[in-house]
Write a protein of this length. Structure first.
Length: 87
């Protein structure tokens, strides 16, 4: 069970990180964007670490207070939950 959870979390966080990069690239090129709802959904489904890392790494959505506060807060909640489930 713990290894499946860790695999899931690795994959969802990788997807969230890459999605933040793709949306930033689309923003630069003024192309059709990935919706904010999709970014939040990935974070809520366990990808808050990847979404937060992508937000700061690519300096994307950092002007939005809901992202700047929400992603790190969600990340901390998810980390506590994972630690609880693994111990």
């Amino acid at each position: 069970m713990p290894s499946l959870l860790m695999l899931y979390l690795f994959i969802i966080n990788l997807i969230a990180f890459i999605t933040m990069k793709r949306d930033k690239d689309k923003a630069i090129k003024q192309q059709y964007r990935i919706s904010e709802n999709t970014l939040w959904l990935l974070a809520v489904l366990g990808g808050a670490i990847g979404a937060t890392a992508g937000m700061f790494q690519f300096r994307h959505k950092t002007r939005h207070l809901s992202f700047r506060i929400g992603f790190p807060l969600l990340m901390m909640i998810q980390l506590v939950l994972v630690i609880y489930l693994l111990t």
